[in-house]
Structures are given as C-alpha cells and as structure tokens.
Design a protein around this ligand. Structure first.
Ligand code: PEP
Ligand code: MN
Length: 342
C-alpha cells in the first residue's frame, strides 16, 4: 500500500502514520517526493487497510500497489525517477553513465592502462571483474583479492568509481572495501541470500538480468535489495537467451522503455555480453541509448587477442574514444547529460 501524505503534512503526522503501519507488523518506507511524502507500507494488505489511514491527519489518499514488486515500482515514487550518486557521478533521471573497463582484471598493467584510456575518453565508472562466473570450472576464475587490490589502485590513480562483481557472500567484505557499485551477475540474479546481504550493506548495486529471466523476475530481484532499505539499485539488460544462434545473446531493447515504465530505477545496458562480438557493440549501444538507457557498460582491452576472457567482444582501447564520443552524441539527443567525470 502507498500512503500519500498531503503537501502540508507535518513530520509528527508522518511519524504517526509510520507508527500505525508498524503497529500491525508491516514495514514502512518513507519516500520524500518532490512535493509530498509517500509512505510505502509493506506487509499484510488487509491489516493495513483495517487501520483506515485515509482518515488520519495529514493523509491525502491510500493507494494499493497491485504489482508483486512494490518498492521497485513506478507507483511508489509517483513517477519520479531514482537518481544514484556514485563517487560524484549521477546516474538516472536525465544523468547518463558510461561504464567501461576490462571484462576481467588480468594484470596490473592491463587494468591500469585500460582505466586511464576509458577515463580520458569520458567514461564515468570503471568496470572490472576480480571474481568471474565462468561456464567451465577449468577456466580462469579471476584473481580474487589480488584483483581487488589492482582495482583499488586503478581507482586511486584515476579517481573513477569501481563496478565489480560479487559472486559469493563469503567475499562481501573484501569486495565492499573496493566496490562503489556491487555487480550481481546474470547467473546470480536469483541468488536471494546474496541480494539480501548486498541490500543490507547499503552499497549501490547493479543487478544484471538473468539469461532467461522475465522483467518481473528482474524487478523482484531488485525488490530483495530495496526491501533491506538499500535504495541504490540499478537494473542491467545484458541480453537474453532466444532461439537465435547467430550471436551470443539477444539484446532486449524493448526491455529498456518497458522497465522504465514499470520502475523508477535506472536502466543500464551491457551490449558486450549480449553481442559477444566487438563489431556489434557500437550499434547496440547507440540503439540502447536512443531507447532511453541511463547508462552503457562495455568491455575494453588493449589487446583483445590476448585477453583471458571475452576477448572477441572487447572494444580495442585505441577505438574507445571514438566510441565514447558517439555514445555521448546520442545521449545528448536523447536528452541526457553525461554524469560528472570524477
Ligand atoms: C560481467 O559483466 O562481467 C558478466 C559476467 O556479465 P553477465 O553476468 O551479464 O554474464
Ligand atoms: Mn565479460
């Protein structure tokens, strides 16, 4: 349920509603909108209804949220967009993020070099995996903590906030020391204990859509994080499995405007993992930005032929500046500002 307060509602009236909601065992999330305060009451609908809150002082109306995801829904913000602030860069609601970097932290040189190239070309966040979800248990699994230390150095040198994947809740402390955004990978989208822990951490989270997940399932994953009081959530479309075999995954462009209709959360698009091919990364990126994406995340490597992981889809470091300029152009046409470069 949503309890929409009147513009003139006092803080005592808001507090009284919160206490009444919680008196029946429901949880309350107070959202400060531009004009009014909205209180999301999460719990047994019947119990909250019986409180008769629409007659309480300061309350304008009580509106049910019919969707299974509540805190992720557009309704809870009454149409306002979430804007995340990450190390000085804003994402969402008109602010655009270009996230770039290696698939995998392989070596110190490769990571520091790539970080500098993407920073110089205007990327706002640096991506890079220290813990890698690999299809084969015999493939390189990432440098782990040593990789995190390299990312920390890249952050120190360039000032760029770091996006890195957390695969296992046992690594959460180490990852949180370095990550400005914790990435939940496609294969872990429905790892609910992981989502809950990341929710409790309060650290910004980017949740990648599962290979065969519906948008509702993605939004329910976001709900797990939001329910823990962590409002810093981004969604990421990264391609889904379809009958098509000509490329790695099918980038679901339609998901972008639909997610933005269903949810206030920023939508990032990862064309690298969708395409699996370098030549497709630029057209898909431009299409995604034109369709309203709040950010693009791409893989970059100085020498993709030598990359341990995902070389065929990595943009060449030398080509990145031209790519970034095109993305920025389309973002501007789409009415977005590039987030501040730190
Ligand atoms: C990644 O971004 O490093 C990654 C492994 O992507 P996904 O989880 O979408 O496959
Ligand atoms: Mn990759």
């Amino acid at each position: 349920m949503l309890i929409v307060m009147k513009p003139a509602a006092s803080s005592e009236e808001i507090q009284a509603v919160v206490e009444r909601v919680e008196s029946v065992g429901a949880r309350s999330h107070v959202v400060q909108g531009e004009e009014v305060v909205i209180i999301g009451a999460i719990g047994d609908r019947e119990h909250v209804m019986r409180l008769g809150l629409d007659a309480s002082p300061g309350v304008d109306k009580v509106v049910p949220i019919l969707k299974p995801y509540k805190l992720a829904s557009t309704e809870v913000r009454q149409g306002a967009r979430s804007v995340l602030e990450i190390g000085g860069a804003k994402i969402g609601g008109g602010h655009f993020a270009l996230i770039a970097g290696p698939c995998t932290v392989e070596t110190r040189d490769q990571t520091l070099q790539t970080a500098q190239v993407v920073k110089d070309a205007g990327a706002t966040l640096l991506r890079g995996g220290a813990y890698k979800p690999r299809t084969s248990p015999y493939s390189f699994q990432g440098l782990g903590e040593a990789g995190l230390r390299i990312l920390a150095e890249a952050k120190e040198r360039t000032g760029m906030p770091i996006v890195t994947e957390l695969m296992d809740v046992r690594d959460i402390e180490a990852v949180l020391e370095v990550a400005d955004v914790v990435q939940i990978g496609a294969r872990n989208m429905q790892n609910y204990t992981l989502l809950t822990e990341v929710g409790r951490s309060g650290c910004p989270v980017m949740i990648k859509r599962g290979l065969s997940s519906t948008l509702e399932e993605l939004l329910m994953a976001a709900e797990y994080v939001l329910k823990e009081g962590n409002e810093n959530v981004m969604l990421c479309e990264r391609g889904i499995r379809t009958f098509e075999t000509a490329y790695r995954f099918t980038l679901d462009i339609t998901a972008i405007p639909v997610l933005k209709e269903l949810s206030h959360l920023p939508v990032i698009v990862d064309p690298s993992h969708a395409a699996g091919r370098r030549d497709l990364v630029e057209p898909l990126s431009l299409a995604a930005v034109a369709a309203g994406a709040d950010g693009i995340m791409v893989e970059v490597h100085p020498d993709p032929d030598e990359a341990i992981c995902d070389g065929p889809q990595a943009l060449l470091s030398d080509d990145f500046a031209a790519f970034a300029a095109k993305v920025e152009q389309v973002a501007q046409i789409a009415g977005k500002r590039m987030g501040a470069v730190v």
